[in-house]
Design a protein around this ligand. Structure first.
Ligand SMILES: O=C(O)CCC(=O)C(=O)O
Ligand SMILES: [Fe+2]
Length: 336
């Protein structure tokens, strides 16, 4: 369990940020953007050529399930030809979080380096987050509407977590990609304190916003903004920033390929959380984007929509990563 407590009077105990001075004095333009707008793009965190290699690996993984999936043929972009995918187009079972290409992406110097600069330490933990491959104009599933949310409990106050997207494909205005509400992070406390009943605040690090709640932000000048970024760019956002993953528009023919990743200082994790994280790692499981807190043990098994176990399921990644000292430290298995 995350260290969130509700006192007997049911007056919630708020959890302040462990590092309240983070981003107080931004050291770079993207850090200033992250502070001011609640999101930033780190241009060219990975070279385009390297990102294309990682994308090819991700696509190769998707084609390793013995189906007729053909990246060149939109007729084959159907559930029948895909491993089990979430409603938000992610893959998180089959041990995918620990595939070699996923760890390679997480350990790219430009990606890791950005988070090292952000947190001011190279002793980090990495999340075991998902792969997203979104095909445009799928014929067999409807386009998912906007799902505005934040990934931080109203009980946590201040900056606790910075999330990341490694773009292995370009995200232009019409392509699938992240939509943020710039500046919404700064209104987080005021919104929860004045617009919600504190009895409803729970430790779940996810809060969905209704249209009326979004209007409260819009009345304060906050508007949705599609984050455009190139192949190899790293998109960062504060977990208090309202956001969602937007489906590609009809005019897009871009296959969105991204890896979610986040890191936080290892010293911020409790022994209990590290133990849970090591257990998840031992089963090649995935977690959420939280690297150091809120480590959720999810079922690692994959089920088909009819509830039966997927016969293509895997006990371990198809290509196990090299268990380097650095990887094991990022995974929380070895101590710094
Ligand atoms: O797919 C996206 O761009 C956003 C997904 C998301 O909301 C998240 O990773 O927290
Ligand atoms: Fe999210």
């Amino acid at each position: 369990m995350a260290p969130i407590a509700i006192s007997p009077q049911s007056s919630p105990t708020l959890i302040p940020a462990a590092l309240p001075n983070l981003l107080k004095q931004p050291q770079s333009d993207w850090q200033a953007d992250l502070k001011r707008n609640g999101y930033a793009v780190v241009k060219g965190a990975i070279s385009q050529a390297r990102a294309a290699e990682l994308r090819a690996e991700a696509h190769d993984w998707l084609q390793s399930f013995g189906t007729d999936l053909d990246f060149e043929n939109p007729e084959t972009w159907t559930s029948q030809n895909l491993p089990v995918q979430s409603k938000i187009n992610t893959f998180h079972t089959y041990g995918v979080a620990h595939e070699q290409f996923m760890w390679d992406a997480r350990m790219e110097p430009g990606v890791l380096g950005a988070f090292e600069r952000l947190w001011g330490t190279d002793e980090l933990l990495a999340s075991f987050d998902s792969l997203n491959i979104t095909f445009p104009n799928r014929k067999d599933v409807p386009r998912k509407p906007a799902w505005e949310h934040i990934d931080q409990s109203p009980l946590r106050r201040g900056l606790h977590c910075v999330q990341g997207i490694i773009n292995l494909s370009p995200a232009g205005p019409d392509d699938g990609g992240l939509v943020v509400y710039p500046g919404s992070h700064a209104l987080n406390d005021e919104f929860f304190d004045t617009q919600t009943d504190k009895a409803t605040w729970d430790p779940l690090d996810r809060y969905m916003f209704s249209g009326a709640q979004l209007d409260w932000f819009k009345a304060r000048g906050i508007q949705p903004h599609k984050v455009c970024a190139d192949t190899g760019d790293l998109i960062l956002w504060d977990s208090r920033t309202i956001h969602y993953g937007a489906e590609p528009l009809e005019t897009s023919n871009q296959i969105r390929t991204v890896i979610y990743t986040a890191y936080a200082p290892a010293r911020l994790a409790s022994e209990e959380q590290l133990k849970i994280k090591a257990e998840v790692f031992s089963k090649y499981g995935g977690t959420t984007h939280w690297p150091h807190e809120n480590i959720v043990v999810r079922d690692t098994r994959t089920f088909l929509p009819d509830g039966t176990r997927d016969p293509r399921d895997r006990e371990q990644p198809r290509k196990l990563p090299i268990m380097s000292d650095k990887l094991l430290k990022l995974a929380g298995v070895k101590r710094y």
